[in-house]
Design a protein around this ligand. Structure first.
Ligand code: CUA
Length: 355
């Protein structure tokens, strides 16, 4: 009876301490963001299993240790030697085999879940993702190649992201979706997501990739099917460019070529200078000289972005392929609509309106 009392007391204390740690310590500290994808479900179950196991192991060790310290402490006047214990083979075998089995079990479980989450789905829609210092670009090959700096996803539609970096390593991470994948230059990587909750989220880069790593963010909108279709229609309805003014076209190019990822229109400084009031302004360059932001300077800065960098900004951030990309677009408009357009002239006209 004497021994049984201690076993019961320790068991009860371990259970109470486990519950306390799980719900009042680990739970609040590691509160996960809302789960907003199908992939989040099995991952959250694994997180929860880990929290339970961590709480239990910590409770088991601390309760037995503290219980021994307080309950079996030396009584006043007790000068006897304690019993000499050499070892306990049964206990040692048990504490080797049981944790080994648990760790292997978690490993197998993790592998099975990873396999499920990365398995291709016949209904999945492909979206290409480009990462570059320090912006994201999304391309929808199944929606006539829409390109956009924000990621728009139809709810409950499985998507596969086909990702590649234009420079260094980046990592695509939306905490609410749980899954994460690196982007590599020159090699495609894939990430599969099925968003389940309509709402606004953010992609954040989770691989340190240079000075502006922490601001490498992009908006994510999960919308219902009809809203997605409307968004695609709006994006794919090719405007009759000849009917638009240069200013209106310039505003289209501003988002279509992703200028908006780095250049604001409201004077906030992002990766590149704001366009607000920039036209005809004097700016100081890295070498201390000044130039006027006129047509020639703007054209040169788009075609050859590293040539004259404004003081306070860094070279090699702006993609250097705008000349080809814009020429391709101009040729496409010429062949489909028979209209001659100079995209840079349009952009300059747009900039002139940004007082
Ligand atoms: Cu891209 Cu950090």
């Amino acid at each position: 009876m004497g021994k049984a009392k201690h076993y019961i007391a320790v068991t009860v204390l371990v259970i109470l301490a486990t519950l306390f740690l799980r719900f009042f310590i680990l739970g609040p500290i590691y509160r996960l963001p809302n789960a907003a994808s199908a992939q989040a479900v099995p991952i959250d179950i694994m997180f929860s299993a880990h929290f339970w196991l961590i709480s239990f192991l910590f409770a088991l060790i601390m309760v037995i240790m503290l219980y021994s310290v307080f309950v079996f402490r030396r009584k006043q006047g007790d000068d006897e030697m304690g019993p000499y214990i050499h070892g306990n083979t049964g206990l040692e075998v048990a504490w080797t085999i049981i944790p080994t089995m648990i760790v292997i079990g978690f490993g197998v479980w993790g592998a099975v879940v990873l396999n499920e989450l990365t398995a291709p789905n016949p209904q999945e829609m492909t979206i290409r993702v480009w990462g570059q210092q320090w912006a994201w670009l999304f391309e929808y090959p199944e929606q006539e190649g829409i390109t956009t700096p924000e990621l728009v996803l139809p709810v409950n539609q499985p998507v596969v992201l086909e990702m590649e970096s234009r420079d260094v390593l980046h990592s695509f991470w939306i905490p609410e979706f749980r899954v994460k994948q690196d982007l590599l230059p020159g090699r495609k990587t894939y990430l599969r997501i099925t968003p389940t909750e309509v709402g606004d989220y953010k992609v954040r880069c989770a691989e340190i990739c240079g000075l502006q790593h922490s601001v490498m963010l992009a908006d994510v909108r999960v919308v219902d099917q009809s809203e997605f279709v409307a968004w695609v229609d709006e994006r794919t309805a090719a405007p009759a460019y000849a009917d638009l003014t240069p200013v209106e076209r310039g505003e289209i190019w501003y988002t279509e070529f992703g200028c908006n990822a780095c250049h604001s229109l409201d004077d906030t400084v992002q990766v590149g200078p704001s366009w607000q009031g920039i036209y005809n302004r004097q700016v100081e360059l890295e070498d201390g000289s000044t130039v006027t932001v006129d047509d020639a300077y703007i054209r040169e800065s788009i075609i050859n972005p590293n040539h004259q960098i404004v003081a306070g900004f860094l070279p090699n951030l702006m993609p250097q392929d705008f000349e080809t990309r814009m020429a391709d677009k101009e040729a496409e408009i010429q062949s489909t609509q028979g209209t001659d357009i100079d995209i840079i002239d349009d952009i300059i006209a747009f900039m002139q309106t940004l007082e």
